[in-house]
Structure formats: structure tokens, C-alpha cells
Design a protein around this ligand. Structure first.
Ligand SMILES: [Zn+2]
Length: 407
């Protein structure tokens, strides 16, 4: 969205914790959580944190600075829990209609041909647009390591994941990545997927992140090739790995779904963020619930690449709390989570709009390990919330409009 037609703006930049006088932000509506909404509300902020939230009519005259934003809504910044800024240069460059394997092949070739300078420049432009799209927290997956300095220099919040794949020895590569936490940005590790990454490497990366109290991310149950390979069917995928010098003879595959395979490796858990979950069996959902694994869905990307959508209704029935991601611009039109919500509302008309908004806010913050700072406008959270300019009649109308907002 360009600035001229901007209808979303940040109250404070996400990375801004600068001290300051108490300021009161008023608007027609305040969404504290998707189920807790105030009409004609105020959000009082001090030193970069939310100090109080209340109805404007109950405000005591305290001499604070008051900013009246208008009839729209003050609400939590959105969370894009899974994206690849690093692939932004490949927007509209790959075909979806020749199948996932061809898409992956094209991606590898075109990424190589683009070169680092082009990839960095496109990633930078895409990253700069995130604030205009209301995205305050990200889960960036970086295979080449090119976006680390971008998220740092733009003061983005969330988690930057260095992704691993293949069969390199864990001790030769994991130790080279500096991981840890700053105030609102973590640096952590991700495994690419169960069928592309040596199980020892997955376990080592998971253990390394767990000991540092950091999230670990992995694409899971996304493609048919992955399911077939892990269930023990020899085929194209085995040949492909062999052609790349990856020997899978010691991998514990056979008669397992991707979720069951990762459970067996001990890689699931409350600090693991499993992304996609398209090919799942009923038992898999119980495993994800039982292990308290965090989940993230990217339905727009799934439809483009796999002509299929995740069964969000079943996941919600099981009380799983999906976060949302856009995946990359190589498989999706935008990195906007407003766009992702709008898509979900269109494809899943039976899902409660408030639950869709939770996916984009509270669930995303929890999935990235930032629920103490983000996801709601509760007292003590960071003041990096957003204002969306709209006119609505009532709370139902408000949640309807916010979850179908076009950026
Ligand atoms: Zn991805």
C-alpha cells in the first residue's frame, strides 16, 4: 500500500522503546483482544509501554498529551509469523501451474541467477512496506543469511531464523550462527523440512534453541513428496536427495506421517513452530495438541503451490491456536496479514471472524515467543500498536471490517 492511500499507521515503531511522557491515544474503537473491545476508547502509553486502556468518558483530567486519531480503531499490530523476505526478488517470477517440484527447481535456479545484491535490495524494499501493512512482528526465515542485517537495521521485531537443510554435520554449521535475544528481536534456528534435512541436524538445532529458550521453526506436512518419502515410499524424492549427495539410509523413516516422524525425533514441543500442516491425519492433530506445538498457516501460499488449503476448522475444534504467515513473495501476492485474513474469511466462511483476528495477533505473538510484549493491547504490552481508519456501526461490524480490510 502506498503512503498516499495509507489507512493503517503505527502509533510507535515496533522497535521503539524510547522513554517519553505519558500520552493518551483516543479513537472510535479500541480492540484490546478480539473478544474485548471498547467503543470510544483511550490507550495511555508511557515509556514505550501501555499503561492503561479505558473508555474516553471515564478519563480523569491528568494534563497528559492527548492524540485523537479519529473514528477508526486502535488495535494490536499484526504478526506475520512465517515469511521469507530473502525471496522477495522472485515475486511473479515463478510458475505455479507446473507443480510444486518445478516451482522449487525454478526457485533455486532464479535465486542463484539473481545474485545477493538483487536479493538484498528486494528484501529491503519488502521489509520497509511491512509497517504500512500493519505488521509489527515477523518470523523471517533466511536460508542464505542475507536478511539478518536488514531486520536489524530496520529495527524490526520478532524472530530471525537461520534455516538449515541437507546433511551437513551439525557441529560444523550450527555453532557458526550467532543466536540470542535482544529486547524485541530474537535470532534463532530453523530446519527446512523433515524430508530435506538430516534428522541429526534437526535434533541438534532444536536442542540448541531449546537451551537458549528460543523458538525453533520448520515447514511441516506441506507436500506430497514429503509425506510419501517419510512413509517409506521410495521414489523421486529419494533419487533427488541421492543426486545431491544426501544419503538417507540411516534416517528413521517408514510408515509415519511427517508429524509423527518429527514427534519420533523429539523435535516437536511448545517452542517449536510448525508451518503449513496441509497433509495431516486426525492423530497428527492430537500429537500437536499433546506436545503443545505452535502452528502457523499460510493458506494463500498453499493454494498457489499445492491447490489445497489447511483444515483450519478441525484445528480450531482441537483447540489449536494457529498463527498466520504469508510465506514468500515467490508464492504469494503480498506479505500483508490483512490480506491473509481477508483470504481466510473468503475461503472459510464458517470460522468466527474474532478467531481469524486472534490468529493474526495473539496466536502469532505466542508462536514467536513475544506474547508478553505483543498480540493484545493489555497493560504492560509494548505501545507498538496500529490505527486503522474506518467507520463502523458496532463491534460485530468492526471485527468484520478489520478481518476483511484491504491493504
Ligand atoms: Zn516457507
Amino acid at each position: 500500500m502506498n503512503q498516499g492511500s495509507s489507512k493503517v499507521r503505527f502509533i510507535n515503531p515496533p522497535g521503539d522503546m524510547s522513554p517519553g511522557a505519558t500520552t493518551v491515544h483516543r479513537a472510535g474503537w479500541v480492540i484490546i483482544t478480539p473478544c474485548q473491545v471498547i467503543e470510544n476508547g483511550c490507550v495511555e502509553v508511557e515509556n514505550g509501554l501501555i499503561k492503561d486502556v479505558y473508555r474516553a468518558s471515564t478519563r480523569k483530567n491528568g494534563g497528559q498529551n492527548i492524540i485523537d486519531h479519529g473514528p477508526g480503531v486502535l488495535m494490536p499490530a499484526l504478526v506475520n509469523a512465517h515469511l521469507h523476505l530473502e525471496l522477495s526478488a522472485l515475486k511473479n517470477a515463478l510458475s505455479f501451474d507446473k507443480g510444486f517440484a518445478v516451482w522449487v527447481q525454478q526457485l533455486l535456479e532464479k535465486r542463484e541467477a539473481a545474485g545477493d545484491a538483487v536479493l538484498v535490495s528486494a528484501a529491503q524494499s519488502a521489509a520497509k512496506q511491512l509497517a504500512d501493512q500493519g505488521v509489527g512482528y515477523i518470523g523471517e526465515i533466511s536460508t542464505l543469511g542475507l536478511t539478518r542485517t536488514i531486520v536489524q537495521s530496520l529495527n524490526l521485531s520478532g524472530v530471525w531464523f537461520q534455516e538449515f537443510l541437507g546433511s551437513d554435520r551439525p557441529d560444523t554449521i550450527i555453532g557458526k550462527t550467532r543466536i540470542g535475544k535482544t529486547n524485541s528481536l530474537s535470532f534463532s534456528l530453523a530446519g527446512h523440512a523433515p524430508h530435506t534435512t538430516d534428522p541429526l541436524l534437526l535434533q541438534a538445532a532444536k536442542n540448541e534453541t531449546a537451551t537458549r529458550n528460543l523458538p525453533f521453526s520448520i515447514h511441516l506436512a506441506e507436500s506430497d513428496a514429503e509425506s510419501q518419502f517419510l512413509s517409506g515410499q521410495k521414489g523421486q524424492w529419494t533419487d533427488f536427495l541421492m543426486s545431491r549427495g544426501i544419503d538417507t539410509s540411516s534416517w528413521p523413516i517408514g510408515s509415519k506421517s511427517p508429524v509423527q516422524y518429527l514427534e519420533g525425533l523429539g523435535v516437536l514441543g511448545s517452542s517449536t513452530l510448525a508451518v503449513h500442516l496441509l497433509n495431516i491425519e486426525p492423530r497428527d492433530l492430537d500429537i500437536l495438541v499433546g506436545t503443545q506445538t505452535q502452528i502457523c498457516l499460510c493458506p494463500r501460499s498453499n493454494l498457489n503451490l499445492h491447490r489445497r488449503l489447511p483444515d483450519i476448522g478441525k484445528m480450531l475444534e482441537k483447540k489449536l491456536a494457529p498463527a498466520l504467515g504469508s510465506d514468500s513473495l515467490a508464492s504469494c501476492d503480498s506479505l500483508s496479514i490483512f490480506d491473509e485474513m481477508t483470504f481466510i474469511r473468503g475461503k472459510y466462511p464458517n470460522i468466527d471472524p474474532a478467531q481469524v483476528l486472534s490468529m493474526a495477533t495473539t496466536n502469532g505473538a505466542r508462536a514467536l515467543g513475544f506474547d508478553h510484549l505483543a498480540g493484545t493491547l493489555d497493560k504492560g504490552k509494548k505501545s507498538a500498536f496500529i490505527y486503522v481508519d474506518l467507520n463502523v456501526r458496532n463491534k460485530t461490524d468492526l471485527i468484520e471490517r478489520v478481518t476483511t480490510h484491504e491493504t
